[in-house]
Structures are given as C-alpha cells and as structure tokens.
Design a protein around this ligand. Structure first.
Ligand code: SAM
Ligand code: SF4
Length: 465
C-alpha cells in the first residue's frame, strides 16, 4: 500500500477539500501517514487569501524536497494557490509533479496515473460549469466517532469585495441541491454526528432549491441532529427570513459569524461590501432581538489602502459597541488581480508598522472583551455537547456550548452526550467547570476504547492558518 500525507492551509473549506482528497486516495489504495518522511505522495492543499499563506506554502514545499529526492515521492499542489498560479507554479518549482484546482479533486486518480505512467507534469485547473458541477459526497463512515461535522452547501462566490481573491480562485457561486445536503446530514447523523456546520463562502445567498433559512429548518429536523451551525455570511444577504428562523428554531445554534471588515463607511465602500455600518448594526439589532444572547463573531481587516487613523478608530468603536464574542483580525494583504491591489497606489498604502500597531490595539481590545464575556459565565450552568476528552488533561471532558464557547470540565459523559456543566472558572478562550447532569445520551454509543478518544485524532496531520 502506498502512503500519502496532506498538508492543509487555510479555511474550513480547504479542510473539507482535503477530506474529499483522502476519500479519493483511499479508493486508489493509498493510506494516510502522520509524517511526510515516509510518504509516497505529498499534497499541499493551499490558501491564497493572504500573501503570508502563500509564503508558508512555498517554504513547506522546500521542506518536502528531500523526501522527493530520497524516496521519489510525488508532490502535488492543490487549492487556491494552485488555481491562481496554474502552470507558473510548475515552472517555478521544478520538483512539483502536479497542480490541481479545487474543482479538480475528483480527477486526482487520472492526474496521478498520468504522472506515474506517462511521466507527465500535470496542470488541471479548469473550473467546472455550474450546470455540470457535482459536489463530492462525503463518506459518512470516515466521520464515525465524530460528534460534529462540516457539510458543504455551496462553492465559489459572486461578490466582488475589492480585497478578496476568492472569486478568482474558487469561481462562481454554485449551490448544492438541498436533497443532497439533507442526505449527507442524515448519513452523518446515522454514524453518531449530532452537530453539523453548513459551510460556503456566502451561505446566505444559497440557491439550492429552497432558501438558506429553509435549508436550516430542514436540517434541524434530521433525526439525531441537535445543533446546526453555518459559516460564512455576508451582511448584505442577511434576510429577515433567516433572522426569523433564529427566533423560532432553538436547534439553530445561537452563534452568528458576520464579517464586518471595517467600522468606517468610506472603507466599506472602497471594499465594495454593499452595506454601511448603520445598516450592519440594524441587522444585528434585529438578530439580537430575535435570539437574545446570540454570540456574534466577525472578521476585520486593518490597514486597508487609504485607511486613516480616524477610520481605524471607528473600527475600535464598533468593536466596543457590538462587543463581539470573538474577532478574526488580519492585516490587509494585497492580492493579485483584486480591485484594491490595482488601486493601492492611488488610495495610498498604510505603512506596515502602522498596520501592526493597529492590529495589536484591536486584538488587545478584543481579548479584554472576550475575557469579560467568559468571566460573566462563571457560576452559571451551561449546556455542553461532549466532543471527547480535553487536550489539556485526558481525565477531563471537552465540548462546546450552543454559543460555540469551548468548555473543559470534570465529568464522565461519553462523546455525543448533551450535559449541563457548572462553570467554575474562565479564561478569555475557555470555560472550565464540572458536569452536573446528563441531559441526553449519545445517539450512537462509541466503542469503549474510542468513547473518549476524540477531540478527534487529526486526520490531517497539518492544518495551518
Ligand atoms: N466570505 C467571507 C465574507 O464575505 O466575509 C470571507 C471569506 S475570507 C476566506 C475570510 C476573511 O479573510 C475575510 O472575511 C477577510 O477578513 C479576510 N481577508 C480576505 N482577503 C484578505 C486580504 N486581501 N487581506 C487581509 N485579509 C483578507
Ligand atoms: Fe471574498 Fe467577499 Fe466573496 Fe467573502 S463575499 S469570499 S470576502 S469576495
């Protein structure tokens, strides 16, 4: 049997794509190996969202070169950098055997065979038309023992945010037909999964036969499913129907990731985000009225071309005002062929040290808010879906609250159970406490040896942000 190693960079979309790659490779009788050193095939599943991610990919490639030289391992590059660079990557890195885009995962057997049999270096980066695109169905068996899973509901993006490379690397939006999504969720529920996260670049614009709100309402009805989450949403597509779904269906978990990007209207306009801060806050207010206590997280870019000190202060003010549960904040990174990169000279670059200083201030503020939010949980009883044992202490359990807060606690419930935990301590990133009562047993009892095995063993040895 041949062995493969996948190094995954970037977002959950890529993690899911890596899963699909391993399913394809399993059919070719490849087995995973935890180290690249004894691999016969190394795949880098890459991210192009920021320049740093690309640099990391290139330095990882350099580290894998000796494996190629010593064992003759094949090296393939997939994901967004592959899609962006195409044959340029093959020319730039002479020991890369093949390059394939996110739409070409199903072609891996053919690509590998061409490399092995015909000694060709292969580049497959064509987008598949929306009418012809077939979403790879997950093999539910590979999820056995997992309590939470991701389910792809759409691919690509039709927006044109001026900073973002995704429309170039992932192509036009294609939604997966809703019966297909529900079948995958039901298959996962049968092997014990109790929480699913529906994923796509902009799930609120889902068009797979029913609206996204209806898709959520149908998903929670799948027997065995206790919680449904989703990511990511564009604020300008956040409909009243979706807000209503939060009001009426408690199994839609009270967590909403709503990337705002900036607190300044002028910057939002230059980013082509199609909403003002006031409109964003109005949506948020409606959402919070529909589901009091909902945890809201966001993405922020600091140092977008032309961002002034005053405009950055507006982002700080918005952060204070919304009191985000958490923020993913990034320094603006110019990406090839994007509107902002093309106009950066006219708009004016923000000096790197200013970007760093702004990011540090914003992250410090967010850490303070995170600390205050988690501290307010001490003394309360929270509901936790047990996912496995704690990575800090194997005798403890780990799980998450409906708001997606991480909880490590003393208790004996198996993975898949819903329990109540009394919160005794908190840090900005986690709650700690003890189990008080088991609310619901798991739907599928895990075998004893594995009952507490997972915080899942990493099926992919490496995932880098
Ligand atoms: N579709 C999501 C949305 O509309 O919010 C975003 C997906 S993107 C993969 C995740 C985040 O990366 C974005 O929300 C943005 O904050 C950040 N990002 C994207 N392009 C970037 C760039 N050129 N520089 C810095 N951060 C960027
Ligand atoms: Fe990128 Fe904007 Fe599409 Fe999100 S909505 S993936 S930020 S273009």
């Amino acid at each position: 049997m041949k062995r493969y190693f996948i190094h995954t960079f970037g977002c959950q979309m890529n993690v899911n794509d890596s899963l699909r790659m391993s399913e394809v490779l399993a059919k070719l009788s490849y087995t995973p190996t935890p180290t690249p050193d004894d691999a016969d095939l190394i795949i880098l599943n890459t991210c192009a969202i920021r320049e740093k991610a690309e640099d990391k990919m290139l330095s990882a490639l350099g580290r894998y070169k000796p494996v190629k030289l010593s064992r003759g391992a094949l090296i393939g590059v997939g994901g967004c950098v592959a899609q962006q660079e195409k044959d340029r990557l093959i020319k730039k890195v002479p020991y890369v055997d093949f390059v394939f885009g996110p739409d070409n995962i199903a072609k891996l057997p053919e690509i590998i065979s061409r490399v092995e049999q015909e000694r060709e270096r292969v580049v497959e980066t064509a987008f598949v038309d929306s009418e012809e695109y077939v979403f790879p169905r997950a093999n539910a068996e590979t999820s056995r023992g997992k309590i939470t899973e991701f389910v792809t509901v759409m691919k690509g993006c039709d927006n044109v945010c001026s900073f973002c490379v995704v429309p170039h690397t992932r192509g036009r939006e294609v939604s997966r037909a809703f019966p297909d999504v529900l079948t995958e969720v039901a298959d996962l529920a049968r092997v014990g999964v109790r929480e699913v996260t529906l994923i796509g670049q902009n799930v609120n614009s889902y068009k797979g036969g029913i609206s996204f709100a209806q898709l959520l309402l149908r998903t929670v009805e799948v027997p065995g499913i206790e919680r449904v989450r989703f990511t990511t949403s564009h604020p300008h597509d956040l409909s009243d129907e979706l807000i209503d779904a939060f009001r009426t269906q408690p199994k839609i978990a009270p967590h909403f990731h709503l990337p705002v990007q900036s607190g300044a209207d002028r910057i939002l306009k230059m980013m082509r985000r199609d909403y003002t801060v006031e409109q964003y806050l109005e949506r948020l207010e409606k959402l919070r009225a529909a589901r009091p206590g909902i945890a809201v997280t966001t993405d922020i870019i600091v140092g977008f071309p032309g961002e002034t000190d005053e405009e950055f202060e507006l982002t700080m003010k918005l952060t204070e005002q919304v009191r985000y549960e958490n923020q993913f904040s990034f320094i603006y990174s110019p990406r090839p062929k994007t509107g902002a990169a093309l106009r950066e000279k006219d708009w004016g670059s923000v000096p790197h040290e200013v970007k760093i200083a702004r990011l540090e201030r914003l992250q410090k503020l967010q850490r303070k808010i995170c600390g205050e939010i988690t501290a307010a949980q001490v003394g309360l009883e929270v509901e936790v879906l047990v996912e496995g044992h704690s990575k800090y202490d194997a005798a403890k359990r780990f799980g998450r609250t409906p708001e997606n807060r991480t909880v490590n606690f003393d208790g004996d419930a198996p993975a898949g159970a819903l329990v109540k935990v009394l919160v005794e301590r908190a840090t900005p990133n986690q709650l700690m406490g003890r189990q008080t009562v088991v609310v619901m047993a798991p739907t599928v009892m895990p075998p004893p040896a594995e009952a507490l095995a997972g915080v899942q063993p990493d099926r992919f040895p490496l995932v880098e942000a």
